[in-house]
Design a protein around this ligand. Structure first.
Ligand code: F6P
Length: 320
């Protein structure tokens, strides 16, 4: 019988982590289970940074971005010695379950611990939306809203001056943020790592648009495909197109979680506690076609999330 569950947030923070932590604490309290918060992700697990957390400690966090548990990228945890140390600390704190909220690397750490016999449930949180086993990860929706808000503003000034703007967005290995923000802001092109791009074609389209006196040209680039500066330089070389560059950086990851991310975090947090109590382990709980679904860590870490080809077609049609 699970009596005490440890919870940590790891990797890049994502808006929605706080509503998720809150739901975990509420659900656990309802079921008579204790929650121990581990600060700074796997680093805190190694440093034995555990403290009890109750519903009263979650007051006012549902609307806050980032993570009150703080986060870290912990290279050390890839190694056996560190994993054993983390498990020792879990045992010494009488925690018989662990919930890890984070992205790909964090779920890899979660899986390594569960391979050593600890009951572990993962929750997907990464603005990149590149995690297999869930349609949406925590933070994606808020990050998209942040990006759209900025591009809308840039379009105002771009169209006043008939200029071309290159917007570089996050997404180390994934073009999801770039593609969806391009579609939803009416951008002219999205450059993403999943699809080969032809800059000469894009340049031709921009020149054509200038001829038709179309006022603003927006190109969204995923950082995993190229940089805003590179694309700008190439456009200038290929077709003498002068462009302005905006690198959105970490503002994409900040801010109050959207209603979608609050609901997603609440559903996943509550489900993670219940799955642990039902004896499930070595799985991530995600959302597929609107329904909660668990996927084994082996699949989450071994399979690649499909990119929806229809979205790519749509972006091409709407970017003409
Ligand atoms: O994984 C999420 C993410 O925001 C990526 O899109 C980005 O490349 C990376 O994190 C940035 O990481 P950090 O904040 O550690 O520099």
């Amino acid at each position: 019988m699970t009596k005490r569950i440890a919870v940590l947030t790891s990797g890049g923070d994502a808006p929605g982590m706080n509503p998720c932590i809150r739901a975990i604490v509420y659900e656990a309290e309802e079921k008579g289970v204790e929650i121990y918060a581990v600060k700074r992700g796997f680093l805190g697990l190694l440093d034995n940074d555990f403290s009890p957390m109750q519903v009263k400690d979650t007051s006012g966090i549902i609307q806050r971005g980032g993570t009150i548990l703080r986060s870290a990228r912990c290279e050390e945890f890839k190694y056996e010695e560190a994993q054993k140390e983390g498990i020792k600390n879990l045992i010494n704190n009488n925690c018989d379950g662990l919930i890890v909220i984070g992205g790909d690397g964090s779920l890899r750490g979660a899986s390594a611990i569960s391979d050593r016999g600890v009951n572990v449930i993962g929750i997907p949180a990464s603005i990149d939306n590149d995690i297999y086993g869930t349609d949406m990860s925590l933070g994606v929706d808020t990050a998209l809203n942040n990006i759209v808000e900025v591009i809308d503003k840039i379009k105002d000034t771009a169209s006043s001056h008939e200029r071309t703007f290159i917007i570089e967005v996050m997404g180390r290995g994934s073009g999801y943020l770039a593609l969806i923000s391009a579609i939803t802001t009416g951008a002219e092109a999205a450059i993403i790592p999943e699809v080969e791009y032809d800059l000469e074609k894009i340049a031709g389209r921009i020149l054509e648009r200038y001829k038709r006196h179309k006022t603003a040209n927006i190109i969204v680039v995923a950082e995993g495909a190229s940089t805003g500066y590179q694309i700008s330089r190439k456009l200038s070389k290929i077709a003498n197109i002068i462009s302005k560059i905006t690198v959105l950086g970490h503002l994409q990851r900040g801010g109050s979680p959207s209603s979608f991310d609050r609901l997603l975090g609440s559903r996943l947090g509550s489900a993670a506690v219940n799955r642990l109590l039902q004896g499930e382990s070595s799985v991530m709980v995600g959302i597929v076609k609107g329904k909660l679904k668990t996927t084994s860590f082996d699949d989450v870490l071994g399979k690649k999330k499909d990119f929806d080809e229809n979205l790519i077609k749509l972006a091409k049609t709407l970017g003409k």
